[in-house]
Design a protein around this ligand. Structure first.
Ligand SMILES: [Fe+2]
Ligand SMILES: [Fe+2]
Length: 471
């Protein structure tokens, strides 16, 4: 389905046939643009950036590439194609036709789910606001901005649902999405990880690898929703999300690659005298970003998650591919727990354990990326392995919150934590060192010393292409 770019708000939802909704969204649009100018990429309003823009939602060839100024980006409302006679796939309403309108009894819950997802989208743009000034290359700068404009579009996606289906409450929530700010004392973003800073590019790559991947799993389970407009919205968002995780995985991979090269060149694993990032620092960043991202899945056992499922609002990852009754009433699921000073696995009701199940899917996906980084290290002939810490490490939510666990999964005392945590999490010295490396490299084809060039450019362009134009 092609997208109508003649409209002020590009869309594939026949917006022009719904005047009231069109006017409501057109009146939200200036606020969005002001938000972008106030909190979007600092200092790059006039640069032309080689961006991809969605021109259709078909799986093949949906994107068009070209240089655009970010404030002119064609943010719009794009839903995946409707599925004919789609049925609700799980929960109490399994088998009933998917809802095209909000079911009255679930209105509040559904609105909360949409607002919570929507709030993460502008938050990440705010967190990444100042990174442009220290880009390691034009290639990376362009990727940052691509991620930023798409997170802006994801905000549009959620705001469309709020405006189209939730009446006045929805409009108020849409306003509030533009008012909260990442890290703000008075009006912070809703979820903890989205109030952390993304102060440097190593953090950015870790964020897009670990935290955008949380987004993938949340979107994938919302794509199963019985509320069809939400499902179709999330399906299209997932196609964009894949690129964000690509940026993260290849970004960290290229840092790892460069670190290995420097280790061999200087015959040392202490790379700070050589302006590189040592693998131990990379490991500490992994530990941090992984632990704050697994927190985003919530408590191991959750009646909220069970309710979302039973109501048919939020399914499991790849719900339709699971071979069971899709109601989970009599099933159980293995949950890792703390029992005294031991970590054990217990069978718990599958319905209550849905957060943990989604976290399991997420962790397996993260592990595949870490395995690919380790391949890079091995190929360079270096005998080091990066690892994911245990799921209980450095948690602030759920079973393990405030119980010190070592990265290998050993429960430890507070005193042991105090003694060792500087080996496990980035220290102020690490942050200061990484910050000292953050110097802009803006000559086409050149890269900062701490990161290797990518294997290839964007959309068939050469690596030394002028991905961002400085006039
Ligand atoms: Fe997003
Ligand atoms: Fe994302």
């Amino acid at each position: 389905m092609a997208i109508d770019y003649l409209e002020r708000i590009p869309n594939n939802v026949n917006l022009s046939e719904n005047r009231r909704l069109q006017r409501a969204l057109e009146s939200w649009q200036p606020g969005f643009l002001n938000w972008w100018k106030d909190t979007g990429p600092e200092g790059f309003l006039d640069n032309e950036v080689y961006l991809r823009t969605a021109v259709s939602v078909d799986s093949g060839g949906w994107a068009q590439f070209g240089h655009v100024r970010m404030p002119d980006y064609r943010w719009g409302i794009f839903l995946a194609e409707p599925e004919e006679d789609r049925r609700i796939g799980f929960g109490d309403h399994k088998g009933e036709p998917a809802w095209q309108e909000v079911p009255g009894e679930y209105r509040g819950v559904l609105r909360r789910l949409i607002v919570t997802q929507g709030d993460t989208e502008p938050a990440s743009v705010e967190q990444q606001r100042r990174l442009g000034a220290t880009c390691p290359s034009l290639y990376d700068l362009r990727n940052l901005f691509q991620v930023n404009v798409e997170e802006g579009r994801h905000l549009w996606a959620m705001v469309y649902l709020l405006h189209a289906y939730f009446g006045r409450d929805g409009r108020e929530e849409a306003e509030a999405l533009l008012e909260r700010r990442s890290g703000d004392d008075d009006k912070p973003r809703i979820l903890g990880a989205f109030n952390e800073q993304t102060p440097d590019w190593l953090s950015f790559f870790m964020f897009t690898f670990f935290t955008d991947r949380d987004g993938k799993y949340q979107l994938a389970s919302l794509a199963e929703s019985g509320f069809d407009p939400l499902s179709r919205t999330c399906k299209f968002m997932l196609t964009e999300e894949a690129h964000h995780m690509f940026v993260g995985e290849t970004g960290v991979g290229r840092v790892v690659q460069r670190s290995c090269e420097l280790m061999k060149e200087h015959d040392t694993d202490d790379l700070r005298p050589h302006a590189g990032i040592d693998l131990k620092t990379i490991q500490r960043y992994i530990n941090f970003h992984f632990s704050v991202s697994v927190d985003l899945f919530g408590s191991e056992l959750s009646t909220n998650a069970a309710n979302y499922y039973t109501m048919g609002l939020k399914g499991r990852f790849q719900e339709s591919k699971r071979d069971d009754d899709h109601k989970l009433s009599d099933l159980d699921y293995a949950v890792t727990q703390l029992s005294g000073d031991k970590i054990v696995t217990a069978r718990e009701p599958a319905l209550l354990a849905l957060n943990e199940r989604l976290r399991d899917d997420y962790i397996a996906d993260c592990q595949r990326g870490v395995d690919r980084w380790n391949k890079v290290i091995k190929k360079e002939g270096i005998d080091v392995e990066l690892t994911l810490p245990h799921r209980g490490f450095h948690r602030a939510i759920g079973e393990f919150a405030n119980n010190p666990i070592a990265p290998d999964g050993t429960p430890i005392t507070e005193a042991e934590w105090d003694h060792h945590h500087k080996d496990w999490l980035p220290t102020p010295e690490d942050h200061a060192y990484i910050q000292s490396l953050m110097k802009p490299v803006t000559e086409p084809g050149k890269f900062a010393n701490w990161i290797a060039p990518p294997a290839r450019g964007i959309h068939g362009q050469p690596i030394d292409f002028e991905y961002v134009k400085f006039n």
